[in-house]
Write a new protein. Structure first.
Length: 100
């Protein structure tokens, strides 16, 4: 079996877990969400190279939460409208109190 080289991410993205023990395949959705939330352009390139655009798109569309700016960014990267994102729909169903 031909094994893909592991992606090289900045440790700061995974500051709260043991970086050396991350299982990139078993926790793929979590890794993809974390990289898009906290990574830079090179981290996102590594993520897309390792997982492929289909897996990345699936993980991003099904994520439960992203800040609004991350939703817009992910929408541009995977070329999908923000209304297709689960986290955007959930945000609409649970509006935040009006800040005044």
């Amino acid at each position: 079996m031909d094994q893909k080289p592991k992606p090289i991410f900045e440790k700061r993205i995974f500051w709260d877990v043991n970086f050396e023990l991350i299982d990139y395949d078993a926790k793929a959705n979590w890794v993809i969400e974390r990289v898009f939330s906290r990574g830079d352009v090179e981290d996102i390139r590594q993520c897309r190279r390792y997982y492929g655009d289909e897996k990345v798109t699936e993980a991003l569309l099904n994520a439960k939460y992203f800040p609004l700016h991350t939703i817009h960014f992910a929408s541009a990267v995977i070329n999908k409208p923000i209304k297709e994102f689960r986290c955007y729909t959930l945000r609409q169903l649970n509006p935040e109190p009006f800040p005044y």
